[in-house]
Design a binder for this molecule. Structure first.
Ligand code: AGP
Length: 609
């Protein structure tokens, strides 16, 4: 996620804000910049790449200022280039703006502004927002009023900070979903997108709430709510150490990223899944191209492969379009059968997995259309695909993928709904998939609220010598991912398969102490899963069942029950069941004293074959 920093006071402002965004480096970024009051104007210095590139520029410019803002950008709209880096100017270079998040209606605004003669230097939605605020400033002559009026024209999830040439001691900040925190000093004030950037300067902080707007000078902060009503400044004292602050107070990045999933899904769907249930995938295939696809081939590795399995469940059940999911490492050696009418979907969080990249290049030689579902903007796989849909999950630090998995599945659901527009697809299934996708962030929050129950179950089963992960239908895809989590961070051997396969061999492994985790989120297969649970229990195994709140039948058969809210779309229900599996694996690993964020033998991006 991008980093935001701001300062006004007696210190060397650019040095302060650069130090602040340095403390946010762990969040991941691909460009950075600063803006400061320079003589009678605003100066912007920015560079693509690492902070060291920007530092070289600052060292040569030697800025002197007592007010400055800084930004480290995680590219969403527009690749990581000098021009796309923040801050961005308005049309008259009076105002500089930095921004975290997504402006959903950037496209319509750009058309309006161009019609009024505006021209843009970057590909970003942020520059469009800066021009909107610039237009309002021409009317109001006040930066605070211009921001108040300007943000009312913006739709989306964002945090934004602006400074103005004519108001040399004032920063205006607004929070609308993405976090913004004020740091209260004496004769100086700070702001940042995360607490670690404030701690060296102050431990008195105010977390801005949804819709809040702050007008900050060195001696005063006016904080107002979304209706413009002034709010009392009530600082909170933060006694975290810096290291735990980088994890947002969580013990590990993995747990932080598990808890970030609701917001990651909101960001992923923002501007794409519309309030009326429609889908809008801008800068992707044309309607004719979407209509032309007769088969889908998914190529990926690891967790991304498991997301592809969930995508298969969606697309085949809703559209009746055949989907083949292939391990990238196998694709190139199996003399693949591809046709020009195939859509090849390449899934990769890092966008640099060499097995996947090589397979992608081979797929392109077969003249199939390629779509990337990628997290890292501008990555090799993103650049190589014909089209790309960024999952916008923000940087994923932990080697074990969690929020990227969920965002990959959500993006595949968008692809399914986009393709559904062409065919006589099952309207009831489309309705259910759409509605449950819209509910998914809230459904996830409900699951996260039950973490303590899952931690207690982990305490009961963490010594298991072997764990089965079993399900039927879409639940099998969920179990594949849950098993991978348990393997990679808790180092417990697992056997994951369709539950119906147990009697064809794996049942021989069941004995006292062995644990079987069942996911059962489809009423149509519930009876069969209960039979499979009984098979395990009859041979001394222990059963933990992940089931809907309403499912008493299965609860009666299991030793441990993990409840999730009822979901009417089997693939979404199955995908939701992965979240408790992530938490189960995390707490088992924690009880076993495992490393968790950097598991042995593994890398976050496997760039060797
Ligand atoms: C998942 O937890 C693992 N880190 C690993 O399986 C990963 O999913 C796989 O290496 C693919 O990585 P990618 O999504 O970056 O291509």
């Amino acid at each position: 996620m991008c980093g935001i920093a701001g300062y006004v006071g007696p210190r060397e402002a650019v040095t302060v804000v650069f130090d602040q965004i340095t403390r946010l480096e762990y969040r991941g970024y691909d460009s950075a910049g600063v803006a400061y009051k320079n003589g009678d104007g605003i100066k912007v210095l920015k560079r693509a790449g690492k902070l060291s590139n920007l530092k070289q520029l600052l060292d040569s410019e030697k800025p002197k200022a007592q007010m400055a803002i800084a930004h480290s950008r995680w590219a969403t709209h527009g690749g990581p280039t000098d021009q796309n880096a923040h801050p961005h100017f308005d049309q008259h270079e009076l105002i500089a703006v930095i921004h975290n998040g997504i402006i959903e209606n950037y496209y319509e605004l750009a058309q309006e502004l161009k019609a009024r003669g505006h021209t843009f230097k970057s590909e970003t939605d942020t520059e469009i927002a800066a021009h909107v605020i610039g237009e309002e400033y021409e009317i109001t002559g006040s930066l605070a009023d211009a921001v108040r009026r300007g943000v009312k024209r913006l739709r989306g999830a964002f945090a934004m900070v602006a400074i103005c040439k004519n108001e040399p001691d004032t920063l205006v900040a607004v929070r609308n979903a993405s976090p913004l925190i004020l740091g209260i000093g004496s004769g100086e004030n700070f702001l940042a997108s995360d607490i670690p950037a404030l701690l060296p300067y102050t431990r008195e902080v105010v977390v801005m709430e949804e819709g809040d707007l702050a007008v900050m000078t060195r001696d005063r902060i006016r904080l107002e709510d979304a209706q413009g009503k002034e709010k009392l400044i009530q600082p909170m004292h933060v006694d975290w150490n810096i290291e735990s602050a980088e994890k947002g107070g969580f013990e590990h990045f993995m747990l932080k990223e598990i808890h970030e999933q609701p917001d990651a899904i909101r960001q992923c769907l923002s501007g794409r899944l519309l309030k009326d249930g429609g889908v809008q995938l801008l800068n992707c295939f044309s309607d004719e191209e979407w209509k032309s696809f007769e088969r889908v081939v998914v190529i990926a590795c690891g967790t991304a492969y498991h997301a592809g399995l969930m995508g298969k469940q969606m697309i085949e059940s809703v559209l009746r379009v055949p989907v083949e999911v292939i391990y990238a490492s196998e694709f190139r050696y199996n003399n693949p059968i591809l046709r020009p009418a195939d859509l090849v979907i390449v899934i990769s969080q890092s966008g640099e997995t060499i097995d996947t990249l090589v397979a992608l290049k081979l797929a392109k030689e077969h003249r199939a259309k390629t779509l990337g579902i990628v997290n890292v903007v501008g990555s090799s796989i993103a650049r190589e695909c014909d089209e790309v849909l960024y999952i916008q999950a923000g940087p994923e630090i932990c080697v074990a993928s969690t929020k990227a998995y969920s965002a990959q599945v959500a993006t595949l659901a968008l692809v399914c709904l986009q393709m559904a527009r062409k065919s006589a697809a099952d309207q009831e299934k489309i309705f259910n998939l759409t509605r449950e996708l819209q509910r998914l962030p809230n459904l996830m929050e409900t699951c996260l609220e039950r973490e303590s129950q899952i931690a207690e179950i982990a305490n009961q089963i963490h010594r298991a010598p072997l764990m089965f992960f079993l399900g039927r239908g879409a639940d099998v895809a969920a179990c594949m991912e849950g098993a991978l989590k348990m393997k990679e961070i808790a180092y417990i051997p697992t056997q994951e398969s369709p539950a119906g396969e147990m009697k064809h061999g794996p049942l021989a492994l069941v004995e006292s102490g062995v644990v079987a985790v069942f996911a059962s989120t489809n009423p149509l297969t519930r009876e069969k899963v209960i039979s499979n649970i009984k098979e395990i229990k009859a041979r001394g195994g222990t059963v933990a069942a992940i089931i809907f709140d309403s499912d008493e039948q299965t609860a009666h058969e299991a030793d441990f029950v993990i409840r999730i809210p009822h979901v009417d779309s089997p693939p979404i229900g199955a995908a939701l069941s992965v979240l408790p599996m992530q938490l189960l694996a995390y707490h088992v690993a924690r009880l076993k004293g495992c490393e968790i964020d950097q598991p042995r033998n593994l890398a976050k991006s496997v760039t060797v074959e």
